[in-house]
Design a protein around this ligand. Structure first.
Ligand SMILES: Cc1cc2nc3c(=O)[nH]c(=O)nc-3n(C[C@H](O)[C@H](O)[C@H](O)COP(=O)(O)OP(=O)(O)OC[C@H]3O[C@@H](n4cnc5c(N)ncnc54)[C@H](O)[C@@H]3O)c2cc1C
Length: 820
């Protein structure tokens, strides 16, 4: 450990838990020597030391799984490299299903695991009993066996990473707390500590449950909250051997593994106990919280059902340790949007040991390379918003998020806590119309509308949920008459100033130098041609543009534009101002073949194709409201998005509803929008599009202008890729059987070979089948003939369902209706 604190380091890593040690280790692997890790007390003293050490590999997405698999591989070889034992072993793991719905979830997971290259086997209760002789199996439906899952000793593994970091040249200073973060010109410039100041170029916030507080010192939002988390350890028990697989019984909220001949049993209870709302005590190191047997009871009861021998096993240790949880259950990685060179790796939601190695590697590469090394959107800190650091919000959500780890992961599941904080100006009106709301980045959004007299509540299942027939009616109304969508949560950004055009021409792959009132659909690309944002740009004036994007990507897309504008020498830099106008206006989507007739009842403006063609926008009067009407659609029909100042929204809404009453006007929600857009194969960023997908691969070449007068970010990469055959390409899969449903991550097979996976799926109510979008791969290039000639199947819960594949949308491929 360092005696004297250096006055300068290139990177300061704050926090000596598994995450911080992993970041330091991986930076040195990349050849960075000038790395200083600062730990308030001693290495691993925060949450890491008391972790149960489960190292599962299967994660929610392909790249997160890749990182977790990397972690297990690293832990396996770390002792040989550093001489410090880790205690890592691979006893495998079993997951149990107590009912058919859970079994279906596990089977879907098994299919997903195959896509992600994780070894997995669906097994019978008998086989589960053979692998885990102490469990009761007569109430089980089946389970999964993952032979490569592991377990490790968290302290030793952290020390091994720290040793490896030191061997690579990093310095580690314990008993050194960071007390301030300094910034210069919007970027990190140094930290103050209890032992003096350190100037630096980068800070990495690996402060675990203190990360919110450390973020605050830098003006960075890191929305996480600690929660109590419990396990017990028994004395040695007969029949418990070191090779017992890790056991997960999610219906009973519990996990179990062998510990020195006894059992370690912990769990994720449905209602958790948030902790530390008023701040984490300064002296909390190698500390635990008081035992709470009453709270633990719900897990203990379930464990006794599963492992009857536990009844008589003496409990040697009760552990109640805090861990940090985030509002959506996923951790945070990456550079904070509020402060350049301030990185975060925190909020691990009880998978920090399994994910710490990969997370540290990703952050180290992100710092060294200046960009995310892969598509990490699911854990990107830029999916959060500043309002989420509100302690009350975090506290209330944390009650729910702990249990969500083992609760059923139903499709379309909405959080039940911390709701109703961020609403559209039309919220009460659409609620009165029967809206059942979902939540996106705090926004309450109408997902579907309940029939009069029925409850606007979800009843979840893997099949057709209770709202399915309602969304089908909404879908049909949009196809046949007219639907009304409240899209107020859209992110609306205004870029204005003498450099605005230049800046946007650089950022957008399409040509935005268009006449005033034209709308341009475009992607913003990174230098590899990967899609960083999928937006519409409306030219408001020679020097002003309205950029519209989704609610979930508000922070991300704003950051992408701002960071590129801030680049010294970037086109337009310093001569354009970006303003977030999201809250200033409501947006109503009026979509469907009768939308023109409906609007005509409320405006004198000409709406015919000559006066108001597709992809144009006009300021018009609609009833008494001043409205920017934009002729654009995400549902594949004639329609307008109406941008109305918030204070005029209710009046305009009332006028539309009254005028549409005899025209079949129907409120429609986001579930209908999803089924409508998928029939039209409209892509969704974060699902079908991301930073590793180029417009060529995504089938969005029509929105790229390689020959526009101004160069744009990513153009060179796109040019180079154009010369190559397209080996990976977005295609549309329509199931032959009208019954099964698609959600996401279902494997796609062609002639018996795995060639891709579904990135988003929905039931197409017009087509009468489930439809999936997904990239498929072929070494010789994905051409029409290859698509047309294959025998296609989509694997759903381990069963392959025949499908038709095509590159064109199944609905209105020539877009005649949109332009009608
Ligand atoms: C009971 C329990 C069981 C668990 N079991 C598992 C499991 O089986 N598998 C799994 O993958 N995960 C498990 N976890 C989760 C896992 O332990 C955590 O996700 C992981 O340890 C988090 O590591 P970290 O480095 O982010 O945080 P920590 O280990 O808390 O490290 C953060 C460090 O930052 C230091 N710090 C904070 N502020 C400052 C400052 N201002 N200056 C300097 N230093 C500072 C702290 O002292 C601390 O040491 C479990 C958690 C609990 C509570």
């Amino acid at each position: 450990m360092t005696d004297r604190l250096p006055s300068h380091a290139r990177v300061v890593v704050v926090g000596g838990g598994i995450a911080g040690c992993s970041v330091a280790y991986h930076l040195t692997k990349l050849g960075w020597r000038d790395v200083l890790l600062l730990e308030r007390r001693e290495l691993s003293c925060g949450t890491t030391w008391h972790a149960a050490g489960l190292v599962g590999q299967l994660r929610a997405t392909q790249n997160l799984t890749r990182l977790a698999k990397y972690g297990a591989d690293l832990y396996e070889r770390l002792e040989a490299e550093t001489g410090q034992a880790t205690g890592f072993r691979r006893p495998g793991s079993v997951s149990l299903a107590r009912n058919a719905e859970r079994m279906h979830e596990l089977e879907r997971l098994a299919s997903m695991a195959r896509c992600f290259g994780v070894e997995v086997e669906v097994v019978t209760p008998k086989e589960l009993g053979r692998r885990w002789p102490l469990i009761r199996t007569d109430d089980l439906v089946g389970g999964l066996w993952l032979p490569r899952d592991g377990r490790t000793n968290p302290i030793d593994t952290t020390l091994a990473l720290a040793k490896g970091a030191r061997m690579g040249g990093a310095a580690i200073a314990e008993n050194t707390a960071v007390t301030a973060v300094h910034r210069r010109g919007g970027a990190v410039s140094g930290v103050s500590t209890t032992r003096g100041d350190v100037a630096c170029e980068f800070v990495v916030n690996c402060a675990g449950m203190w990360a919110r507080e450390l973020g605050r010192l830098a003006g960075v939002a890191v929305p996480l909250h600690a929660s109590e988390h419990f396990y017990i350890v028994t004395d040695p028990m007969p029949g418990v051997t070191p090779d017992l697989p890790v056991l997960r019984d999610p219906d009973g909220y519990i996990y179990v593994r062998e510990e020195v001949g006894g059992l370690l049993m912990g769990g994720f209870e449905p209602r958790a106990k948030p902790w530390g709302m008023g701040g984490i005590p300064e002296d909390f190191a190698f500390s635990l919280l008081p035992e709470d047997w009453d709270h633990f009871q719900v897990m203990m009861e379930q464990a006794l059902i599963r492992i009857p021998a536990l009844e008589t096993a003496p409990v040697r240790r009760h552990v109640n340790g805090p861990e940090s949880f985030t509002p959506d259950g996923r951790y945070y990685l990456g550079e904070a949007p509020e402060c350049r060179n301030f990185f975060v790796a925190a909020g691990f939601n009880s998978v920090g040991i399994a994910s710490g190695a990969g997370a540290g590697k990703a952050v180290a590469e992100w710092i060294a390379g200046g960009e995310s090394p892969m598509d990490l959107w699911d854990v990107d800190i830029r999916r959060a918003a500043a309002f989420q650091t509100n302690p009350r919000y975090l506290h209330d959500r944390t009650v729910e998020m702990v249990g969500r780890l083992y609760a059923m992961h139903w499709p379309f599941q909405q959080p039940a806590t911390a709701r109703g904080m961020r609403t559209s100006p039309l919220h009460d009106r659409v609620a009165a119309a029967g809206a059942c709301f979902g939540e996106t980045l705090g926004w309450e959004r109408a997902n579907w509308y309940a029939a009069p007299g029925t409850a606007a509540e979800y009843r979840y299942s893997w099949g057709r949920q209770n709202w399915f027939p309602r969304a089908a009616e909404e879908h049909r109304a949009v196809r046949e008459a007219v639907g009304l969508f409240d899209q107020s949560s859209f992110t609306k950004l205004r870029l204005e100033g003498p450099g605005a055009l230049e800046a946007l021409q650089w950022l957008c792959a399409n040509d935005v130098d268009v006449p005033v009132d034209r709308i341009v659909y475009t992607q913003m690309l990174n230098r590899h041609g990967g899609i960083e944002a999928d937006v519409t740009v409306t030219r408001l004036a020679a020097d002003a543009f309205l950029i519209v994007t989704g609610a979930a990507v508000a922070t991300h897309d704003t950051d992408w534009i701002r960071r590129n504008l801030a680049h010294p020498g970037a086109p337009g830099a310093g001569r354009a101002v970006l303003t977030d106008l999201t809250g200033a206006s409501a947006v109503l989507g009026v979509m469907g073949p009768r939308s023109r007739d409906l609007l005509a009842r409320l405006t004198d403006a000409a709406l015919d194709n000559g006066a108001f063609p597709f992809l144009t926008s006009r300021e018009i009067w609609l009833a008494a409201a001043p409205v920017r009407a934009s002729r654009i659609t995400y549902v594949g029909e004639l329609g307008w998005e109406l941008y109305v100042p918030a204070e005029f929204a209710a009046g305009m809404y009332d006028a539309l509803v009254a005028a549409g009453a005899d025209m079949g006007l129907r409120h429609a929600g986001y579930h209908a929008m999803d089924s409508l857009r998928i029939e039209k194969a409209y892509r969704s960023w974060g699902h079908d599009l991301g930073s590793e997908d180029t417009p060529w691969q995504a089938g969005l070449g029509f929105a790229v202008r390689l020959d526009k007068p101004a160069p744009f970010l990513g153009r060179d990469a796109l040019r180079a890729q154009r010369a190559e055959p397209l080996r990976r390409r977005m295609s549309v899969l329509v199931l032959d059987d009208p019954e099964p449903l698609l959600y996401h991550d279902e494997p796609i097979w062609r002639d018996g070979a795995l060639v891709g996976r579904v990135t988003s799926g929905a039931y197409g109510h017009t087509v009468g089948r489930a439809i999936g979008l997904g990239y498929v791969e072929c070494a010789d290039g994905v051409e029409d003939a290859w698509v047309d000639t294959g025998r296609w199947e989509v694997e759903i819960a381990c069963r392959r369902v025949p499908a038709r594949a095509q590159l064109a949308p199944p609905y209105d491929p020539k877009s005649l209706r949109v332009r009608g």
